[in-house]
Ligand binder design. Sequence first.
Ligand code: FMN
Length: 209
Amino acid sequence: MDIDFSQLTEYQRYKLMASLIVPRPIALVTTLGPDGTVNAAPFSMFNMVGEEPPIVMISLNRRDDASLKDTALNIVRTGEFVVHMADEAIAAQMHRCGEHHPPHVSELDVVGFTALPSKVVAPPRIAEAPVAFECTLFETMETASRQVFIGQVRWMHARDEQGLFTLFPGSRRPATAGQSRRVTLRVLKHAQGTQRRVARRGRPSRRVG
Ligand SMILES: Cc1cc2nc3c(=O)[nH]c(=O)nc-3n(C[C@H](O)[C@H](O)[C@H](O)COP(=O)(O)O)c2cc1C
């Protein structure tokens, strides 16, 4: 079957791409509103795009009335957002964050998530999420239908190793997941070791001064 994309409607293109480009991870994104409201919403047009610099992307369409979603308005205004990965325990709450609420209503309160201060950005992170990436806006791409935000990861929080890798227990995993998990654990341990060494070296030597 051959399909000429120029002959399709926008909706048909969306349906074909979204149903064939799977699986897609879902980013649960927190941002900060102008009045301090913590906004949270899920986005399935999300992925990592690079490691030098470490960048991720989320793609947001406009609402039916062409207005921008709260997440987009907040990112444009503050240049900061936090991307969380969800596990099965918070999947339903994450999904409910996709319901529309006015800007002064925090989805965290609506679904019962707990906000924790982030390390280097103003939007808080979600305590219940196993992984959080604090991001600053690196670049924005505007298309006819969307804003694609590229975020540079500045900080990562991860639940302890055992908790981290119980993501979606019992779900069907690709054959390489076990191997990938072992590699990730090794890299995580190595990163922690490097961080400790850098922290030790960074301390002023007692002999100086
Ligand atoms: C599982 C899931 C995935 C979604 N993925 C996207 C997406 O990739 N892009 C998008 O613009 N909206 C996506 N949405 C819809 C937004 O989450 C929804 O419009 C939300 O109300 C936006 O919230 P905000 O106005 O607080 O930013 C998704 C919703 C769900 C439930």
